[in-house]
Write a protein that binds this ligand. Structure first.
Ligand SMILES: NC(=O)c1ccc[n+]([C@@H]2O[C@H](COP(=O)([O-])OP(=O)(O)OC[C@H]3O[C@@H](n4cnc5c(N)ncnc54)[C@H](OP(=O)(O)O)[C@@H]3O)[C@@H](O)[C@H]2O)c1
Length: 297
């Protein structure tokens, strides 16, 4: 068993920044690298170590935590000159926490192990607002020994770590979770758009749902976002689109019948093509309004 001394965190996006702050606040030494260095300025201003030198970060820390957009982004940091593959060694552990596709997870785990690098896929449920209070839930895929090696890091980030099985099962559990999340948010969007189209008062509709068994805490922020058409992103729509495509790919691989996921993917892809990719994923409501008769302008 390894004692965790410090974390090299790769990815200074919304989730990466929140995770870096949480680790720092919990007393876990952390240093952050991001492709776009300017994005790290807020962390640097708060006294959290950042660097533009990826090889130095990789050499300097026993745990590498990736929290990048998708599979291609994660692979690019793995295989770039001076990147992770070049520095892989048995005294390092790769904690892969981004929501990436299943085939890339398996391929990267295999390539890591060929170099003696231990790998855990550990994506999370919960957004940047959940990180400061440790409310992220980690879905871990990989060997027990690797999970134990990084447990202090995961426990600093998360109040619940659920071992799912071998490598890849963390990623599959994350895809399953986001399939449910998409259902919930598309359901809310369609409920609201239908109500608006038939001329009901949305606030009275909300009063009904909020006080019923239909209520879900996810709706609390997403209902006002849809009503006020204010889609400040906590989770960008383009990343939900990416997750839905990855869900369809896994469903096809395993033979899972997911007819509604196909429809939701088309809906999300249309929203992204319509220019809503950088908005919050609840902006899918805009597409339903757009195609409702006379409502979309
Ligand atoms: N936000 C959430 O609520 C949430 C919750 C759970 C899981 N996740 C997952 O966490 C991951 C990050 O999400 P986020 O919300 O932090 O997204 P984000 O704010 O858009 O950040 C994306 C990160 O990926 C990097 N990146 C993108 N393409 C890259 C490439 N080709 N090479 C290197 N780096 C690249 C970005 O670097 P640049 O700054 O240089 O573009 C940035 O660090 C995603 O897999 C997402 O699905 C998000």
């Amino acid at each position: 068993m390894m004692t965790v001394t410090s974390v090299g965190l790769i990815g200074g996006g919304r989730m990466g920044q929140a995770m870096a702050r949480r680790l720092h606040a919990q007393g876990v030494p952390v240093q952050v690298w991001n492709r776009t260095a300017e994005r790290l300025q807020p962390l640097a201003a708060e006294g959290i170590p950042v660097t533009t030198d990826l090889p130095a970060l990789l050499k300097g820390h026993p745990v590498w935590l990736t929290i990048l957009a998708d599979g291609p982004a994660t692979r690019s940091v793995w295989s770039m000159p001076g990147g992770m593959a070049e520095h892989a060694a048995p005294d390092k552990v790769w904690l892969q926490m981004g929501s990436i596709d299943y085939p890339t997870t398996l391929a990267l785990a295999h390539e890591a192990r060929q170099r003696g690098l231990r790998f855990l896929d550990a994506p999370v449920l919960g957004g940047p607002m959940d990180v400061p209070t440790g409310r992220l839930i980690v879905m871990a895929g990989g060997d027990e020994e690797v999970l134990e090696a990084v447990r202090p890091v995961l426990e600093a980030l998360s109040g619940r770590i659920v071992p799912m099985g071998p490598v890849g099962t963390g990623t599959l559990a994350k895809l399953a979770s986001n399939l449910l999340l998409a259902h919930m948010v598309v359901g809310l969007a369609e409920w609201l758009s239908f109500g608006q189209q038939v001329g009901l008062d949305p606030l009275r509709l909300w009063e009904v749902v909020k006080n019923s068994k239909l209520y879900n805490p996810v709706f609390e922020a997403k209902f006002p976002a849809m009503l006020e058409e204010n889609f400040q992103p906590s989770f960008a729509l383009q990343w939900m689109t990416k997750d839905l495509w990855n869900i369809l790919e896994a469903a096809r691989q395993f033979g899972a019948y997911t007819p509604v996921a196909h429809t939701m993917t088309a809906l999300y892809q249309a929203a992204q093509n319509h220019g809503l990719g950088e908005d919050d994923y609840s902006a899918v409501h805009q597409i339903l309004r757009l195609f409702s008769r006379g409502a979309g302008g």
